[in-house]
Write a protein that binds this ligand. Sequence first.
Ligand SMILES: NC(=O)c1ccc[n+]([C@@H]2O[C@H](COP(=O)([O-])OP(=O)(O)OC[C@H]3O[C@@H](n4cnc5c(N)ncnc54)[C@H](OP(=O)(O)O)[C@@H]3O)[C@@H](O)[C@H]2O)c1
Length: 344
Amino acid sequence: MEVSNRYIVINTHIEDAPKESHFELKTESFSLEPGSDAVIVKNLYISIDPYQINRMKSFSSSQKAIGFAVPVTVGEVVDGIAVGKVVASRNPKFEKDDLVVGVFTWAEYSLVKEVNIINKLETSEFPLSYHIGVLGFSGLSAYAGFFEVCKPQKGERIFVSAASGSVGSLVGQYAKHLGCYVVGCAGSQKKVALLKEKLGFNDAFNYKEETDLKSTLKRYFPDGIDIYFDNVGADMLEAAVDNMNAFGRVAICGVMAEYTDSGKRAAPEMLNIVYKRITVRGFLAADFMNVFPDFLSKTLDYLRTGKLRALEDISYGVENIPPAFVGLFNGDNIGKKIVKIADD
Ligand SMILES: NC(=O)c1ccc[n+]([C@@H]2O[C@H](COP(=O)([O-])OP(=O)(O)OC[C@H]3O[C@@H](n4cnc5c(N)ncnc54)[C@H](OP(=O)(O)O)[C@@H]3O)[C@@H](O)[C@H]2O)c1
């Protein structure tokens, strides 16, 4: 079987904020070589993730840290997490029509080796797209980052940044179900209203309307912050550290504000960290595959009982991957950003 494929490449390294002009749509055709044990996957839903920007730079300290952070090569298809359907297979473990989630490509079709497939999926009660969002790495990042890294206790005071995003929206909801007091920040009034009215956050604010983040957080947390789940870094991290309570925990999930601006680097007050005995810990969801079964069972239970809302923000068509990706850095998305390529 030969497939005609449209796919996305970067045409240059991207050092600052990504623009659509940094990307190109190309076409090719391919088939399974005799003797190979690869499969051809028709991509259905592609996950659009901020960490990819660090792979697109000519240099980033992240690139040598772990396998999935290796640089993207200019002119070659970008790889990324997706859900797809096997359309042709020379691998005995996979059959035509198997649903799979794994590290595929920003493309209509991917030529996939077994090692790139994370899971074979059964058709489930929830949309397939959930397997790259709430039931995939976004969900695991929120769950492991909150429960394993932050070690929360009922009644603690939690602050979440990028709170209407894929990871942040789930952290806030897990924290509420544990019985914590949760405040989120986000980049628009619409997002703030969603956090308070639909996701059950105790409070929320638009950080773009604030001029002094340290006093903003003092206002929202007069009794201090016990846990800060950081998705953005930079001045928000500095302000949060300033407002942390003794023995507070800061989980560094990501630093959105720093990825596209090399001039922005958080410089938290270290005396606060020492004298308040604050733990600041970076983490990667991939380090927590041991809690995946617990994460899945709790999250499925919450979804079934309507306790958890999975926010999805879906665009359509391979040509819309670049604007979807660029939009992450402009705050265009609400919830998990996904590009749907084909029907299930
Ligand atoms: N450690 C891990 O294993 C792991 C796994 C997944 C994701 N992450 C990290 O978690 C964070 C969230 O990822 P996600 O997939 O859930 O993305 P997301 O939050 O759904 O989307 C990114 C959001 O970041 C906010 N943002 C963009 N530029 C910003 C800036 N300069 N300052 C402050 N906020 C900005 C925007 O919302 P606003 O409108 O609120 O600005 C945007 O919607 C990212 O840092 C990502 O790299 C880490």
